[in-house]
Structures are given as C-alpha cells and as structure tokens.
Design a protein around this ligand. Structure first.
Ligand code: AMP
Length: 381
C-alpha cells in the first residue's frame, strides 16, 4: 500500500480538491493536530462512511494555545500518523506549515459569540477564537461537503456549529462519540504527558463525571452534586479548572435539569490538562430516553457514591487487563463495591450508564442525518 500523499500548500490542496469535485466525489475533512490515536481514527472511519474522499489535516495551530501553554512541546509524530492514516484509509494528509496558514500580515480573528467565553475559554482566553479561525480557514481551503469533530471537545463542536450556521458555510457537520480507554479515560494526545502514577489516577475523572451525571439524572440537587464531584477530584490529586452542568447546545450553566445537558470538566493532573464531558442520561436524546437504565441498590444512588470513588484502589491498565478479576468483571453485572477490582468495574459501569448509546472505540455515529446525495463507491486513484 502506497503512503498517504502529504499536501503542504493551499494551492496543491485546491488542485486536488478541484479534481475530485470535477469527478463529483463527496469530500470529508477531519481537522486534527496530529499525534493521532483511536479517537482521531474514529473520525476518519466516520468520514469514510460520509464521503468518497477523506482529507485529514494535521496542523498544530499556534492560535489556540495560550502564551504559557504546551504549543512547542505538543506531541508530534509524523511517521506514526502516516502509518495510522494509511491503515485507516485517508486519501490525503494536509499538513501545512504555520506560515502557509498565517502568512506575514495575517490579521483576522473569527469570534463565535455566546458559546466562546466559557468553560475552556475562560481559563484559556482566545482558545475558541483560535479554533474558529483555523477551522474557518481549513473549510475555505478544502471546501469539504462534510467536516468531522469529536464530542470530546464539546465546546469546540458547538462553536463550530454556530460558526457554520452564522456564516452560511455550506458544509455538513458530523460528530463522533468520545473514544475511551477500557478504564474510561478519554483518549487524548496529551495523555502521553501522564506519568505512570498519574495514568492510574486519570480514569477517576471519567468515573466522577459519570457518578455526577447519574446523580443529577436521579434528581439530586445539582449544586451539591457538583460540589461533591469537584472536591472528590481535588482530594484525588486533580487541580480542578471547572466542573459544571451546562445546557448541551447553548452551554448556559444549569442549576437544575431542564432538557439536554452535559457535565463538563477540565482538570490538571501534574502538568497535564485533561478535559471530558458526559451527557445526563435520560435527557440527552430520544434514544437515550428509550434505553432502559439499570436500577441500582439504594445506597449507591446517593451523591455519596461520588466520595467513594476516591477511596477505590487504583489498578493499572496492564494489571487490570491481566487480572482474573478484570476478566470476570467484564462478564459480570456492574457495581460491586469494596473489592480490589472495583475501580475498573465502577468506571466501566458508570460509563455504560452515563453514555447512551454505549461508546466503544470502534463505534461511531453521525449527529445529523446522512446526506441525500447518492453515496458513491471509492474510486481507484
Ligand atoms: P485534536 O487533534 O486534539 O485537535 O483533535 C482533533 C479532533 O479529534 C477533534 O474533533 C477532537 O474532538 C477529536 N478527538 C480527540 N480525542 C478524541 C476522542 N477521545 N474521541 C473522539 N474524538 C476525539
């Protein structure tokens, strides 16, 4: 199999896109910053279902990093990305240099109102502007029929939806669910920064989010649940940036459950910043409402379950995968507490409860209905 062609200039990208458009091929764009993992590849997989040709952009966008952030240290892995994208069936890698995207004299900023200045942007001012600016440019350059984003960066997703709506950009947005490790940790290029010890603690972020989402869905007071979640995170070694319930579309903070909402968290673990979010089960969508939720023993339905999360023994991925308990845990029903394997099981079961439909690394879905354009078979060249 030949290497995936790498295009580094706007001119060459436009030539390639023009050829495909002449052939009436449907084009997908997957914007990334590289150091690719299964989360990115799930977007490529979804893109292949949505279009005939898939462009994956790899550009570590300086404009979405703050002055003291990890721009220069951000993981880069050209060879690994090439191999993964070849395997995943991408048609082109678009990897421009910074000066191609931001030549001398570049002085425009795209600002999406409303959803920009909260969550990540509150502690990383200008982050969403940086994302909106580069995504606008990538959309103008590649002119795709469909562009793919992950729900992991939910704020980014809603900002781009608004951008596309407000500027009448003729592109469909498709979103893919969060791909996680078996222990619940959302895949992220930044997970590479975690020390082995931090890596063992990191899945608690998802476990605590999941417990909060469940407690809120069961009618516990939102303020109390969020406070407990935040202090549990702090007591577990995380420095909490935010832990909040917000409307899924407007990102307005919610004091009570009133329609589709998500819990959002950003934390620091050592020098690594981690983000995650989960829907509130039962109000996320029609499908979520239709899916029966497992009934749990009464003592596990209190917000105290959040506090228990920090007391759960930490088990490494490897050890967990190898242990007989871990294997049997997969087969058993969830929520057995007070046993050494509880960490793994609690996370898995929380995940299963909180995410509807359940997300696996190999499961992806479009957020909007498939286009009415006829699907074509992938061509040869
Ligand atoms: P990044 O390279 O971090 O800018 O991410 C590129 C795209 O991949 C964004 O749309 C992210 O939301 C998406 N993405 C990153 N991690 C995951 C994940 N674990 N699951 C699903 N999508 C992801």
């Amino acid at each position: 199999m030949a290497a995936v062609p790498v295009i580094s200039t706007i001119k060459n990208l436009r030539t390639r896109v023009a050829t495909w458009k002449k052939e009436d091929q449907r084009i997908a764009l997957v914007p990334t910053m590289g150091a690719l993992h299964q989360g990115h590849l799930s977007l490529v997989e979804l893109a292949r279902r949505e279009a005939d040709r898939v462009i994956v952009s790899i550009f570590v966008n300086p404009k979405q990093f703050g002055p003291k952030e990890d721009f220069s240290a951000y993981p880069r892995d050209e060879a690994g990305d090439q191999a993964k994208l070849k395997q995943a069936g991408a048609d082109v890698i678009y990897a421009p240099e910074a000066k191609e995207i931001y030549p001398d004299g570049f002085d425009t900023k795209v600002h999406v109102g409303g959803v920009s200045d909260v969550l990540c942007d509150a502690s990383r001012p200008g982050h969403i502007d940086g994302v909106a600016t580069v995504v606008t440019k990538l959309l103008m350059q590649a002119q795709p029929d469909v562009v793919l984003f992950g729900e992991k960066d939910w704020q980014q997703l809603v900002a781009i939806r608004q951008l596309v709506r407000d500027l009448d950009i003729p592109v469909k947005i498709a979103a893919a669910p969060i791909v996680r490790e078996d222990d619940g940790l959302a895949l992220s290029s930044r997970n590479a920064y975690l020390s082995p010890k931090e890596r063992e603690v990191a899945p608690l972020l998802h476990a605590i989010l999941a417990e909060a989402a469940r407690a809120i869905s069961e009618g516990r007071p939102v303020d109390t649940v969020l406070k407990i979640g935040e202090s549990t995170l702090a007591n577990s070694g995380f420095r909490v940036d935010y832990f909040e319930l917000r409307d899924a579309e407007t990102l307005i903070p919610q004091k009570a459950l009133d329609g589709p909402a998500r819990v959002f968290a950003a934390v620091h673990l050592g020098k690594t910043r981690l983000i995650d979010n989960l829907p509130i089960p039962g109000v996320e969508s029609a499908e979520a409402q239709a899916a029966p939720q497992p009934v749990k023993p009464a003592e596990e339905r209190t917000p105290d379950a959040l506090v228990k999360a920090k007391a759960v023994p930490q088990v490494s991925n490897k050890a967990r995968a190898a242990s007989p308990q871990a294997k049997s845990a997969k087969a058993q029903s969830p929520q057995v507490k007070g046993k050494p394997q509880a960490a793994s099981r609690q996370v898995k079961s929380a995940k299963a409860r909180a995410e509807s439909p359940p997300v696996k690394a190999d499961t992806v879905q479009a957020e909007s209905p498939a286009s009415d354009r006829p699907r074509r078979r992938r061509g040869g060249a």
